[in-house]
Ligand binder design. Structure first.
Ligand code: CO8
Length: 257
């Protein structure tokens, strides 16, 4: 399938999805959402892909939802059309997804980065939820995912003032997993994705599901869920192979890699 607002490249077992609306700083419009959902669906069905990197340009990961597309909407258009509801599908991607962020990740761009499993940021990255400056508020999970990720104080600060936070502050408060020089961003993210894609695919999916469960349930329920998932890995050839390889002092050859 060919896409107009994104680029999709396969590098072995890693897929790199590049947001590609340079003239609008990768603003997220309905066409881009449709294409990104289609690409993630395609990659989800492809057993040859074990991890996905989502990235943008040097200047912008994405500068938010497309303001020019939203400007003419009335309440009935937004509500009845479930405007931006399709982003839930992006967030529900089952394969591990890394956001490689350089430049602006604002509004919906920051929210898309937070839909990924972790963020690797260039030292040029700037994060923010500036919706308040437009007379609205985040609508793709900004208040919810950010509060769960970095807590109430910083989330309130960013969402109420609309200020931007640089990569160093984003790493300090836990929004970002790693910060690297801008020139190393993509290769670092791809290397991390390759590492993940080399493990057992069922096991990496279970890690993702279990960590995400921590945000949705009590500790007792989460621990029970994790334990059951752990037990179920003993039904996998990959568990037999992984443990045999350790004992035999050789690299594991995972069947579901
Ligand atoms: N939407 C549409 N176009 C945009 C956007 C955007 N979010 N951001 C930038 N652009 C366009 C500009 O209009 C400009 O186009 P043109 O050349 O035709 O005028 C081009 O990109 C380049 O932008 P600038 O000239 O402004 O570049 P600067 O380097 O001067 O500034 C900034 C960069 C600071 C990033 C600036 O562009 C900016 O402030 N952008 C808007 C940031 C913003 O407010 N983002 C939040 C948007 S609202 C949102 O994301 C809500 C999400 C929830 C939606 C779901 C609802 C249910």
């Amino acid at each position: 399938m060919t896409y107009e607002t994104i680029r999709l490249e396969r590098r072995g077992r890693v897929a790199v999805v590049t947001l590609d609306r340079p003239k609008a700083l990768n603003a997220l419009n309905t066409a881009l959402l449709g294409e990104l959902s289609a690409a993630l669906g395609e990659l989800g069905r492809d057993e040859g892909i074990g991890a996905i990197v989502i990235t943008g340009s040097e200047k912008a990961f994405a500068a938010g939802a497309d303001i020019k597309e939203m400007q003419p909407l009335g309440f009935a258009d937004a509500y009845l059309g479930d405007f931006a509801g399709g982003w839930d599908q992006v967030a529900a991607t089952r394969k591990p997804m890394i956001a490689a962020v350089a430049g602006f990740a604002l509004g919906g761009g920051c929210e898309l980065a937070m839909m990924c499993d972790f963020i690797i940021a260039a030292d040029t990255a700037k994060f923010g939820q500036p919706e308040i400056t437009l007379g609205v508020l985040p609508g793709m999970g900004g208040t919810q995912r950010m509060a769960r990720s970095i807590g109430k104080a910083k989330t309130m600060d960013l969402c109420l003032t609309g200020r931007m936070m640089d990569a160093e502050e984003a790493e300090r408060c836990g929004l970002v997993a790693r910060v690297v020089p801008a020139g190393d961003l993509l290769e670092t993210a791809i290397a991390a994705a390759e590492k993940i894609a080399g493990f057992s695919l069922p096991a990496t999916l279970m890690v993702k599901e279990a960590v995400n469960r921590a945000f949705e349930t009590s500790l007792a329920e989460g621990l029970r869920f994790e334990r059951r998932q752990f037990h179920s890995t003993f039904a996998l050839d990959d568990q037999s192979e992984g443990m045999a390889a350790f004992v035999e002092k050789r690299p594991a050859q995972f069947r579901h890699r």
